[in-house]
Design a protein around this ligand. Structure first.
Ligand SMILES: [Zn+2]
Ligand SMILES: [Zn+2]
Length: 379
């Protein structure tokens, strides 16, 4: 592992199998860890949390980086896992983890920007066809008016996919092609989930409008905080009390953003500093939050960004920091936080898993239009 991150550092999509950090291991692990995570043989262990970045990139998804999404697995007997945001490209990475489709039932949305919800139709409708029979529970912020809240988003998404739902008449997956929404407060910190030894709380963050939150997951005395999109915020630092892992959004500095995005510097400054968090501001948050491992996430990773971003962050913070890439994975234990890259099968088929609801399809099959029979080529 090099002592620094520079423009020469090899990236995951180029074949690197190590995370973008100078400190992949924080603490003294009480057991052996393989150098990379091979999903079929390396599952979350009893009592531990495992966090895998499913989408590390910015709103403009590319082959190297999906848009915003983080998967958190816990080592409880149920082996519950949770999606935190689900941007475009996230489920392509998830599929390669070979986790059961039947358990893809819990999503926590930080806010309703498209780069955080782009894969929701795939989750709700396509993974129902792949085997999920239970509805997807969705937690997300309410809005100042109902139309701006998560329930309205889910209702209209359901309406938009009416054809898809109707096409599932007679299909056992139709029962899974639904959402059940719980809106969470956007101005106060509150516990929003408590089951099977896992507690999840939401807290308000500063991102353009009312209606953006971050989340904290606690399990077995371990905790992970996820910012969603935010400017540097006291509410987030307060939520990090004793946290082991902090995943915080970070944009490149305005100068780098202006060059990469081809926009005027003044506009870049508004995006980076008025809506998001710059690398140096992220360093300030990390110093205040004091997590064992801090992660810069939601960053377009390439050879022109990683070096400046890391060194700018270092002007404010000298503790353990990782720049997230797709499939960067953190194992959180009592003794250590271990960062690795997960290696997936890019051609994986979905793994169904145990089905919890059986019985007849919800609706009878729709009769085909008469002309299908005449038009069908049968040999
Ligand atoms: Zn946003
Ligand atoms: Zn975003």
């Amino acid at each position: 592992m090099s002592a620094q991150i520079s423009e020469l550092t090899e990236l995951a999509f180029e074949g690197s199998t190590v995370p973008l950090t100078t400190t992949p291991v924080v603490g003294a692990p009480g057991r052996e860890f393989a150098p990379t995570v091979m999903p079929d043989s390396d599952r979350v262990a009893d009592g531990e949390i495992r966090v895998t970045i499913l989408g590390s990139g910015d709103p403009f998804t590319n082959k190297a980086q999906g848009s915003a999404s983080v998967l958190m697995e816990v080592g409880n007997p149920e082996r519950d896992f949770f999606f935190f945001d689900l941007g475009s490209g996230a489920l392509a990475n998830f599929n390669g983890l070979h986790l059961p489709v039947t358990a893809t039932t819990k999503v926590f949305l930080t806010h309703l920007h498209a780069d955080h919800v782009g894969d929701m139709p795939t989750l709700v409708w396509s993974l129902a066809k792949a085997g999920r029979r239970d509805p997807v529970e969705v937690w997300g912020p309410g809005g100042e008016v109902p139309e701006l809240g998560t329930r309205s988003y889910a209702d209209y998404l359901t309406l938009a996919h009416a054809w898809d739902t109707a096409s599932l008449n007679g299909h056992p997956g139709q029962s899974g092609a639904r959402m059940e929404v719980t809106e969470v407060p956007f101005e106060t910190t509150s516990t929003v989930y408590e089951r099977n030894g896992v507690r999840i709380s939401s807290f308000p963050v500063i991102h353009i409008l009312n209606g953006s939150v971050g989340y904290r997951l606690d399990y077995n005395g371990l905790s992970v905080v996820f910012s969603g999109d935010t400017r540097p915020s006291h509410t987030l630092v307060d939520a990090c009390d004793g946290a082991d892992l902090l995943i915080h959004e970070t944009f490149p500095s305005a100068v780098v953003f202006a060059q990469k995005a081809g926009v005027p510097l003044a506009f870049a400054e508004q995006v980076v500093n008025g809506v998001h968090t710059s690398p140096s501001a992220a360093g300030g948050v990390f110093a205040g939050a004091g997590a064992r491992m801090s992660v810069m996430w939601h960053l377009a990773v390439d050879h022109e960004t990683v070096g400046p971003v890391f060194s700018e962050m270092r002007t404010k913070y000298d503790g353990p920091v990782t720049i997230a890439q797709d499939l960067t994975t953190f194992t959180v234990t009592k003794d250590a936080v271990v960062g690795r890259q997960t290696i997936i099968d890019p051609y994986a088929w979905p793994v169904v898993g145990p089905t919890t609801i059986t019985g007849p399809p919800m609706n009878a099959p729709s009769p085909p239009p008469d002309w299908f029979a005449d038009a069908l080529i049968t040999d």
